[in-house]
Design a protein around this ligand. Structure first.
Ligand SMILES: Nc1ncnc2c1ncn2[C@@H]1O[C@H](COP(=O)(O)OP(=O)(O)OP(=O)(O)O)[C@@H](O)[C@H]1O
Ligand SMILES: [Mg+2]
Length: 271
């Protein structure tokens, strides 16, 4: 049985707007995957249902065999952590330490355990020098790492990152890559929403594509980024190097610069 099972789930916001329509998928323990798709496709709404922040209007979500319907958001979020798309929707303490310590405190850990955990995850997220700062004095990209650290501190089975790459520079991207690898090594499930297709190529194999409230593809990145039907329907961009290979009529589904160079080299050898 899959660790996360999403069964025919739809969601309608209180104002009557249906944002997710009949979505189904399975996600395994320790798996990592990316969710991509146009603005407003329903990505955030879908993942918020996985940790109980939103409840399916129709259908069911099972986490580790348990139907989320039978559990409170607080209970679900002990297993499934969600890092908000906008850190300002998540942060509510006036110093970084208290912000990260909040979850472990609620879990009833001792002061010493809490302090060890905060130190550890702050280091992992690269924000240990900011523990005494007010989060609102930090740049957006750093605030995002504060919110990631908060979820890491909960030691959840599933970590959902909603657009962690937005506004990150090269160093921030490398930090996120490091974190994703760390989580996977520790058998955590990592679900990442992103608009950065190069980031997807560099970090994931499985890609779920959403368009117009639904999942329109769920397959390997190479098959996604060379499926022009999916690309058009979901308004995603092919990675730049794939676009270039396509414009040069390469007969290979190129995804990386290495593959591009190898293709050129091998086709030259044949001439
Ligand atoms: N609280 C709300 N009330 C009504 N409609 C909402 C609400 N929140 C989101 N929506 C609408 O639901 C649809 C899906 O939103 P969602 O945030 O899930 O999309 P998304 O795929 O995450 O988009 P983005 O890439 O822009 O973050 C959008 O049309 C959005 O305007
Ligand atoms: Mg979103």
């Amino acid at each position: 049985m899959s660790f996360i099972q999403i069964r025919d789930v739809s969601y309608t916001y209180p104002n009557g707007f249906m944002a997710v329509k009949r979505v189904s998928t399975n996600i395994e323990k320790g798996e990592k995957l990316a969710i991509v798709g146009q603005n407003g496709a329903g990505k955030t709404t879908t993942v918020k249902m996985m940790n109980g922040l939103l409840r399916p209007s129709k259908g069911d979500i099972f986490i580790d065999g348990l139907n989320t319907k039978g559990y409170t958001t607080a209970q679900i979020s002990k297993r499934v952590g969600y890092v908000f798309q906008n850190p300002d929707d998540q942060i509510f303490h006036s110093d970084v330490y208290s912000e990260i310590a909040y979850g472990p405190k609620k879990k009833g850990l001792s002061e010493e355990e809490i302090s060890n955990r905060v130190e550890k995850v702050a280091k992992l997220a690269g924000i240990d020098r900011y523990l005494d700062e007010n989060p609102y004095n930090l740049p957006f990209s750093t605030r995002k790492f504060v919110t990631i650290a908060c979820v890491l501190a909960m030691d959840v089975d599933v970590v959902i990152l909603d657009e962690p790459t937005a506004g990150q520079d090269y160093v921030g991207m490398a930090q996120i890559t490091k974190l994703i690898n760390y989580l996977q090594k520790n058998n955590k499930t990592v679900i990442t929403i992103t608009h950065d297709m190069e980031f997807v190529v560099n970090n994931f194999e499985r890609v779920i594509v959403m368009a117009n409230k639904q999942i329109i593809a769920d397959k390997n990145k190479r098959d996604v980024f060379w499926d022009f039907n999916v690309i058009e329907q979901s308004s995603i961009k092919q990675p730049y190097i794939s676009e270039l290979a396509n414009s040069m009529s390469f007969e290979s589904k190129i995804l990386t610069i290495d593959e591009f160079v190898n293709y050129l080299f091998n086709s030259k050898k044949k001439v």
